[in-house]
Each structure stands twice: as structure tokens, then as C-alpha cells.
Design a protein around this ligand. Structure first.
Ligand code: NAP
Length: 363
């Protein structure tokens, strides 16, 4: 491993430690090195707080002068809630800036590098670029499209089923796999299910790990048939938002609003419009959403090509049956040639189960 890679990996590790607490901002880490010694380390801790470079500069103090900074994302150039980091690096006398990825944010995109180069600072871009890009896949989509990054998670048997023909679904996967899902919930701003899952399972949709953060609960319900006693409406453990269609029940909407639930009416005539749902979530600063099915909702998102990432927990069990639902329900895709393929597939063993993570490629 080269010296540049070594220090950039340290910056990446610092950034990754903040997973789940910076959104809608990116994960960013920085390391300042002077005369082969680390003199400052920093990470962006939360939106509105100082950027990683500023934390590292504060730690380095006078030792930043003449030093090299390794930063996982291009230093910013704009006056947002904090001052431009590129100017702070110039003022501190940094001599060299090594960057993993340029900032896709249209208001930065290369401007940070220009400020540095104009001040005669040597800039190198692209060290550990792929790792940094993947680390910020949520931010990279959100900042450009103003829509949340959508991860679809499902737990299935080896034959792809998410419940038996009697709708029994507890439990398909092992405790270890279910714990892993709670880490996914912790990392996402919102968690989304269809109203049928609420009716059948009455889930809490909370994060049950120490220091876990409960995501916003998002329910798709075209007519507002959700039972008013559902835990997601009454337990006060997290906010719940319901997305509905133009065909909603006005009286129930008032009752839901009295319970403190936000109801968004999408453009869909009789079914919740998913594109509109994503646009509204983006406007509300929701950067990432975990779709937790069931099969109908999963199918709609996959068919409309709105899933960015798939995480499938597969248990070594078989239940069979024409009536038992699969995680990708609906009509299905007509021809093999049009099947959705997953790229960058990773397979991990979790307890007795397997976790498949991949990115759908739509034909
Ligand atoms: N193993 C797992 O990972 C997992 C995860 C979740 C659920 N489950 C199981 O899945 C079962 C429920 O699955 P399900 O497929 O019947 O229900 P679902 O996906 O939870 O809900 C489907 C309902 O969502 C509503 N909806 C609103 N807009 C929609 C849209 N654009 N596209 C699709 N649906 C929309 C529809 O009802 P309206 O038209 O009335 O709005 C639809 O009937 C439960 O038994 C649960 O235990 C398993």
C-alpha cells in the first residue's frame, strides 16, 4: 500500500465511523500529516457542524503549516452553514491536498480544487476513489437528484418466499440476520412498508440496537385503511408519515392528523404514486429509505426501476406453495432477457443465513 493510500484509508475509517449520523450530509474524514507524522485527524460528525477538515486543522494548530491533508471528499467552496474549507486550508498554510473524490454537489463540483490550485497548493484527486464513492452512495444520489437513495431489504426462504400461505412470517431468518437489519435501519433516514404489512404484522419498525436511531416510518396506503390502533400510529417511538392517493378517506385523514401523523396526498388516482413519493421525500430532506416490503410494494419499486440497492437475507429453508408470497410479487417480468441483474454482488454468511448485496441493473 502506498503512503497516500495508507493515510487516505485512515481518513476513510474516520468518516465511516459516523455512518448514520451525518445525513443529509456526506461522510467525510480528514488526516493531516507533517514531516511523516500525523498531526491532525477529523470527521464530519453531523449536519450543521464543522466539516472534517476544520476538526483536523483545529487539532493540528500551527503544525498544519507546510503539511499535507488527506480528505475523502473535495473541500467545499461555498458559504453554507460553515465557511468554505478550501479557504481555511489556504489560510492554514497547507502545502498539499490529496482528495479521494470530487464533490458531486453542483455548487462545489471542482470549485474547491480551483481555489486550492489558485493558491499554488498541489492537489491530487482519486486516491481510494471507488471506496469513497461507495461510502457516500446515499449523498451522491440525494445531492444530484433531490430524491432519497432507496435500499430494498427482504428476508426470504431459499425459494424466495416472505411468508407461508397462511401469512405466517415469524421468523424466516436467524437472530443474527435480524440484528443485522437493525443496523441497516440505523443507517437510513426512513423505513417504508405497504399498508398490508402493517395490517398483517403490526410492526414497530424501530431500531433495536444500543444507541440505535429510529428512522422515520413511511407507510404506503392508497385509501387510508390503516388500523388506527396500529403500533406505528400510537407508540410514539418515531414519527410516522403516510403517503396516499387522491382516492383517500377524508375522515380518516383528519383522525390520523389528530394523532400527529403527517399525511401526504400523491398524484396517484387510486394507488400511491411512487415517483411523487420520492420527490416529496426529497423535498422533506429524507436522504435514504429502507424499503421493507412486502412483496407488492417491493414489486412496484422494482418494476418502476426505483430501487438503487438490494439487500436480501436468504435462510436455508424451503416452504413452497403457489399461494405463499414471494419478495418480488406482482405480475413478474415476462422474459428472461428482461430480468433485473445485480452488479457488484457481495455474499456474506450471517448466522445460518446468507446476505446478498447488489445494485440492480435495469434493462
Ligand atoms: N420477509 C420480509 O422481508 C417481509 C417484509 C415485509 C413484509 N413481509 C410480509 O409480507 C406480507 C405483506 O406483503 P404484501 O405484499 O401483501 O403487502 P405490502 O407490500 O406490505 O402492502 C401492499 C399494499 O400496499 C399498498 N400500496 C399503496 N401504494 C402501492 C404501490 N404503489 N404499489 C404497491 N402497493 C401499494 C396497497 O394497498 P392499498 O392499495 O390499499 O394502499 C398494497 O395492497 C406480510 O405477511 C408480511 O409479514 C415480509
Amino acid at each position: 500500500m502506498s503512503e497516500h493510500e495508507f493515510y487516505m484509508r485512515l481518513a476513510l475509517d474516520n468518516a465511516k465511523a459516523m455512518k448514520g449520523q451525518t445525513d443529509p450530509n456526506p461522510l467525510v474524514g480528514a488526516v493531516i500529516v507533517n514531516d511523516h507524522r500525523i498531526v491532525g485527524v477529523g470527521a464530519h460528525l453531523k449536519a450543521g457542524g464543522p466539516h472534517a477538515e476544520i476538526h483536523a486543522l483545529r487539532m493540528a494548530g500551527e503544525l498544519a503549516k507546510g503539511g499535507t491533508i488527506y480528505v475523502t471528499l473535495e473541500p467545499c467552496s461555498h458559504h453554507g452553514r460553515t465557511g468554505p474549507c478550501a479557504e481555511a486550508l489556504v489560510a492554514a498554510g497547507i502545502k498539499k491536498v490529496i482528495i479521494a473524490t470530487l464533490d458531486p454537489n453542483p455548487i462545489v463540483a471542482g470549485n474547491g480544487v480551483s481555489i486550492l490550485e489558485k493558491a499554488n497548493i498541489e492537489v491530487i484527486v482519486g486516491v481510494c476513489e471507488e471506496e469513497s464513492r461507495k461510502m457516500n452512495e446515499v449523498f451522491n444520489k440525494f445531492i444530484v437528484k433531490k430524491q432519497p437513495f432507496m435500499t430494498l431489504k427482504a428476508a426470504t426462504t431459499l425459494d424466495g418466499k416472505i411468508s407461508s400461505y397462511t401469512w405466517d412470517s415469524k421468523w424466516i431468518t436467524s437472530e443474527e440476520a435480524r440484528l443485522d437489519v437493525h443496523h441497516l435501519r440505523n443507517e437510513n433516514t426512513g423505513i417504508l412498508v405497504g399498508v398490508h404489512t402493517v395490517i398483517k404484522d403490526d410492526p414497530e419498525l424501530t431500531t433495536r440496537i444500543p444507541n440505535g436511531r429510529n428512522p422515520l416510518r413511511i407507510i404506503l396506503d392508497s385509501t387510508l385503511r390503516i388500523p388506527l390502533k396500529s403500533k406505528v400510529l400510537t407508540d410514539q417511538k418515531a414519527d410516522t408519515w403516510i403517503f396516499t392517493s387522491e382516492n383517500f378517506n377524508h375522515e380518516v385523514k383528519r383522525e390520523l392528523e389528530n394523532l400527529g401523523v403527517k399525511v401526504f396526498v400523491t398524484k396517484g388516482k387510486n394507488r400511491v404514486d411512487l415517483q411523487d413519493t420520492l420527490n416529496i421525500l426529497g423535498e422533506q430532506n429524507v436522504a435514504s429509505v429502507l424499503i421493507e416490503g412486502g412483496g407488492e410494494v417491493n414489486a412496484s419499486f422494482l418494476n418502476e426501476q426505483l430501487v438503487d440497492k438490494l439487500v436480501l437475507y436468504v435462510a436455508p429453508k424451503l416452504i413452497g406453495g403457489k399461494q405463499s408470497p414471494s419478495f418480488f410479487a406482482g405480475e413478474g417480468i415476462e422474459k428472461m432477457a428482461n430480468a433485473i441483474e445485480l452488479e457488484e454482488l457481495e455474499i456474506n454468511k450471517i448466522g445460518k443465513d446468507f446476505r446478498y448485496t447488489g445494485y440492480p441493473v435495469y434493462s
